[in-house]
Design a binder for this molecule. Structure first.
Ligand SMILES: Nc1ncnc2c1ncn2[C@@H]1O[C@H](COP(=O)(O)OP(=O)(O)OP(=O)(O)O)[C@@H](O)[C@H]1O
Length: 705
């Protein structure tokens, strides 16, 4: 048979199996629906029963509906090709591998979940260590249709006569494919070095390093899915938290986990870690460096203990016909005394009241002594402590503190100087104060870690008393978990069981503290590439990072060495630019050549706009998928006016381009990327490694080369 005919015949064989899988899926779906309906019936009957029976019936209803919903959620996930692999083993055994495990009515495996031990050989078998695999086949589907198959022969001597082999290189085909707006999963082509990381044990700290495009992000996400599958009991309850550098990035990777049927993962950007705040604005590098440094902890602690603006300057209260007065100085002494005990101010209200009453009693004694009288202290304290005017004073003098409010106070340079005495330099005070002073401006990404630090420092605001909520007997629990939200978490949920940190090389020490707080009992997967770091003080960050992990052991480290994203031609240029700023062993090896060298266009300054427009247009015509136009952060609005962004074309600032990728990239004025940041060349290196196929650099100088 000719090669195309063999291929068609093999596709038809696999299509038959895929059809069986989907019809079984439909059966399972119908069963789950029926179970959910039955659960509701039980719930409706409950109202007629005695209280004890009601409780047990409702429990049963909840369990049935919950399980049915979970099953439906798994079955309904938008799988891009439910079945993607097949292993033919020695002795004619065959296994289909897919995003989900499905058995037929006789309980035989139709598809094995890729995360199950039985599927491990799909990723781990090599020609040197074939693990009994004769042929490994990647099946490419679109929806329920098989488009293509691609084989790897691992034991040529064991290929039976009737086994046919098609195609070559599923990996290269996947890498060469055009990119869409969102990252795709790589379940079908995970490489052995990547698989080892994905399946590493869950305890302790797992570090993944490697250069750009080595699949660190992809591996970390597949690891999250794997851990939840294998250790659901240990990790599922408190959940898995995935942290990315920006909203653009989390949006870009947002499809990967759901495409593997995994929705019980909380995905957040650094600017969204704190509930109720969504920050996307990046501060200029020098300002971000101050806000991120550990020194801020001291500044914030002092700021929180300073006298709040607008509190009364003195206290006057009448006690048995006599005016007791505390001056500003005396009141401040009381405030210092309360803070001297440590503890969050929002939890110190009672201590503040007691200390204030003691000061009033001292004052009364002082006055009495002058007149030769005595005062019953205990009586005075009890009486004043019950007085409404005392409490009115207390609530304004010792107000409930809110993190955002304290940060805004620091817009006052005098106040910030006090808080930063001995810690911040004069010019740092000016820079910081100006950034906090503008009440109209929303928070920056770096501010979020400061707000979170203050949240802990001030303590939770006192709870208002609430009336008990009536229990709704007939509220259908169907919605719970069915929206892909996972279990309901209380606000400021701080204790995840596994935390994945992507692009970790850029976390500031204050951000490490913020994340560390959420993982006190967690195991960690930490992804990063030191060469791409934009943080100026790596030592301080490393210290904060170690503190976040605490005594967690073991610690294992993996380095990925193959760049799957960039063509060799593009990566060679990036490597040249970063040479001298990275050791040769820190740079990965690109495996794919396209024959298309990156283009460097040196034009005069006035022509940068026209040249960018021309390059963007050419690249849009040349590639099928996305084109990214990358420029310095503060040039973004201008470049957005130059080119029309749409589904295929995006304009991104250098720092926001972290972790993203496009078929083609236009890089505008590279020297500006170097000068805008404290870690210059590394930021440029990041930008140069975003394209999979083509790169055009538009520059008005050659300094960056
Ligand atoms: N085994 C694989 N099969 C198919 N594609 C892969 C594989 N490994 C990585 N890729 C692809 O390579 C590209 C780069 O992967 P990823 O973004 O995870 O790299 P990274 O190491 O996080 O890069 P960076 O540090 O630059 O952000 C992605 O498109 C990813 O899908």
């Amino acid at each position: 048979m000719s090669e195309p005919r063999v291929r068609r015949a093999e596709i038809a064989i696999e299509q038959e199996h895929v059809d069986r899988v989907y019809s079984r899926l439909a059966e399972l779906r119908a069963q789950a629906e029926a179970m959910r309906a039955k659960g509701y019936e039980i719930g409706h009957g409950a109202q007629r029963e005695a209280v004890f029976e009601q409780a047990s019936m409702l429990f049963e209803r909840d369990m049935m509906v919950f399980h049915a919903n979970q099953t439906l959620q798994t079955l309904d996930a938008e799988y891009e090709g439910l079945v993607f692999g097949r292993l033919d083993q020695v002795g004619n055994e065959k296994i289909y591998v897919g995003r989900l495990g499905i058995r037929d009515a006789e309980f035989d495996n139709l598809v094995t979940d890729w995360r199950a031990p039985a599927a491990a050989a799909f990723y781990q078998a090599t020609a040197e260590e074939p693990m009994d695999v004769v042929r490994r086949r990647v099946i490419r589907c679109s929806g329920q249709t098989v488009l293509d198959v691609d084989d790897d022969v691992l034991i040529p001597d064991a290929v039976p006569e009737d086994m046919r082999i098609v195609g070559e290189g599923a990996l290269m085909a996947a890498l060469g494919r055009s990119r869409g707006e969102k990252m795709r999963d790589i379940v079908a082509t995970i490489q052995r070095e990547q698989d080892e990381v994905i399946r590493a044990p869950w305890r302790g700290v797992t570090e993944i390093t490697g250069g750009p495009g080595t699949g660190k992000t992809a591996v970390a996400l597949h690891r999250a899915a794997y851990l939840l599958y294998r250790y659901r009991r240990q990790l599922g309850g408190a959940g898995v938290f995935v942290l990315g550098p920006s909203g653009v990035f989390t949006n870009y990777i947002s499809r990967v986990l759901p495409s593997m049927g995994e929705t019980n993962v909380e995905l957040r950007a650094l600017g969204e870690v704190l509930d109720g705040v969504v920050a996307t604005r990046q501060d200029p590098a020098p300002l971000a460096a101050i806000k991120g440094s550990l020194r801020m902890r001291k500044v914030l602690t002092k700021a929180m203990r300073d006298t709040p603006p607008d509190v009364p300057g003195e206290m006057r209260i009448v006690y048995r016909g006599e005016v007791l007065k505390l001056t500003t100085k005396e009141l401040e002494k009381v405030r210092r005394k309360v803070h001297g005990h440590g503890g969050p101010p929002n939890r110190s209200r009672i201590r503040a009241a007691e200390t204030l009453l003691e000061a009033l009693a001292d004052k009364a004694e002082e006055n009495a002594k002058a007149d030769g009288r005595t005062v019953d202290r205990a009586e005075l304290i009890t009486e004043l402590g019950e007085r409404i005017d005392f409490h009115r004073f207390l609530v304004v003098w010792w107000p409930v503190l809110y993190p955002g409010e304290i940060l805004r106070w620091l817009g006052d340079p005098a106040r910030l100087s006090r808080a930063g005495k001995g810690v911040l330099k004069r010019d740092e005070v000016d820079l910081l104060a100006a950034s906090f002073a503008d009440r109209e401006r929303d928070w920056s990404v770096a501010d979020v870690a400061l707000l979170d630090e203050l949240r802990i420092l001030v303590g939770p605001p006192p709870k208002r008393r609430r009336r008990a909520q009536p229990v709704e007997l007939d509220a259908a629990p169907a919605a719970r978990g069915s929206e892909g939200q996972g279990p309901h978490r209380p606000e400021h949920y701080d204790e995840y069981s596994h935390i994945v940190v992507d692009e970790s090389q850029d976390l500031s020490p204050m951000q490490w503290r913020m994340i560390g707080r959420r993982g006190k009992y967690a195991s960690w997967t930490v992804v990063g590439d030191p060469v791409q770091s934009s943080w100026p003080d790596p030592e301080e960050a490393a210290q904060a990072r170690d503190q976040a992990f605490g005594p967690r052991t073991p610690r294992r480290r993996y380095t990925l060495r193959t760049n799957y994203r960039n063509s060799k031609e593009i990566f060679d240029l990036a490597a040249k630019v970063v040479a001298g700023h990275a050791g040769a062993d820190e740079l990965p090896e690109a495996v794919r050549t396209t024959g298309l060298e990156p283009e460097v266009r040196i034009v005069d300054r006035a022509s940068v706009e026209a040249s960018t427009q021309a390059a963007a247009k050419e690249l849009l015509d040349a590639v099928e998928g996305t084109v990214g136009v990358i420029c310095a952060m503060d040039r973004v609005p201008e470049v957005q006016r130059w080119v029309q962004a749409d589904e295929r074309l995006k304009v991104v600032g250098s720092l926001d381009s972290k972790g993203l990728e496009y078929d083609a990239v236009v890089l505008v004025e590279p020297t500006e990327l170097i000068t805008e940041s404290t870690t210059g060349r590394r930021v440029l290196y990041v930008a140069l490694t975003r394209a999979t196929q083509q790169l055009t650099v538009v520059a008005s100088d050659r300094e960056w080369l």
